[in-house]
Structures are given as C-alpha cells and as structure tokens.
Design a protein around this ligand. Sequence first.
Ligand code: AMP
Length: 206
Amino acid sequence: MKLIFLGPPGAGKGTQAARIAAAQGIAHISTGDMLRAEIRAGSDLGKAAKAVIDRGELVSDDIIVAMVEKRIAMEDCKQGFLFDGFPRTVAQADALSGITPIDLVVNIDVPSQRLIGRISGRRMCPDCGAAYHISTHASDSCDSCGGKLYQRDDDKAETVANRVRVYEEQTQPLIDYYQSRGQLATVNGDDDIDAVTAAIQEVLKV
Ligand code: AMP
C-alpha cells in the first residue's frame, strides 16, 4: 500500500504515520525526519536546510523530490510506504505522480486555532522521533526508547505561525488536488490519539 498523510503542522501526522506504517508493515517516510537527520550528520544538505527549516519555510522542491525518489527505491519500501510531510506543494505532487502511483491520501483535519498550542507544547525524541505533548507527558524522557526529549527549534513560537501560514498557502491546495482526483479521505484529527488511529484504519479498509 502507498499512502500520503496530509495535514497542518501539529495535526499529529507523525504520530499517526508511525502507528499506521507499523500496523500495515510499510515504510514510514518523513521528509522532516530525513532533513533533521541530515542536519545532525552535518552534511551539506543539512547545513543548507537548517536555516530554511528554522524560518518555517520549505526546502526546495528539487531537493525534496530527489531525496524521496532515492528513498522509495530502498528495500524496505518494496511492500509500500507512507509519506508523512510529503508532498507539501503542488509541484511536489506533480513530480510524485510521475514517479509512483498512490493508493490513498489521508487528510488529518485539525482546526487552525488548535495548532499553535499543539505545536508549542510538543517535545520530540531525538532517537526514535516519537512526539509527546507537555500537557499529557510530564517526564522529559521517551516512553519508547528512553531518549531525552527536546523541543524542535522550528516548534518555538517565533517560527510556528509562519509554518501554519506556509501550510495554508502552499500545502492546503493539495486537499483539492487529491479530492479532484478521487484519492482523498478526511479524518477528524481533533480527537484522542487512539480514536484518530481507529478513524484512519477505517478509511484504509474502504
Ligand atoms: P516536518 O517535520 O514535516 O514538520 O518538517 C519540518 C520542516 O522540514 C518543514 O517546516 C520544512 O522546512 C522542511 N520540510 C519537510 N518536508 C518538506 C517537504 N516535503 N518540502 C519542503 N520542505 C519540507
């Protein structure tokens, strides 16, 4: 199965993508995680991407598409994959359509007034990528692997509003893009984590 998860920053895409990819036995491909790994490795790509990411803007389509094309050729993608955070522009979606067909696009819908609070309270595990919210997770270590949680630089207040604006301008048009191609299913993301996972499992059965 080949899936795309769409949704604004803070919708819970990464959390749901990790669960659904594991349940389906497919690869979880987060372009954000791939870029953060490049930054940690100190590569040229990581150095160039860091400033863009910290401003809440998007890395160029050419770089992202090349990165994704290479990734889906890997062995663990043979059974399928789930894109989390890709495509983010119509140009990326057009490029993707020339690379591989997609079975379904799941749009995780969360009202925009809820996003800032969800993102600014988010803490991440640097080792396994798990995300937590300070309102439900008091400890500063990861339940899954024990990693020490941190706040992403681009989750800080000064960047968050820009990320939501960039989403609305550049990524939200993909909802209509995939809807008009009959590929979109929307689930309510403004619910507890298990309920959202169950709603996604339902749309995958259809
Ligand atoms: P994410 O972890 O998906 O929120 O991504 C973090 C940041 O990485 C984004 O705000 C962008 O700057 C960059 N990024 C991730 N995926 C993409 C993409 N598909 N296209 C352009 N930039 C991206």
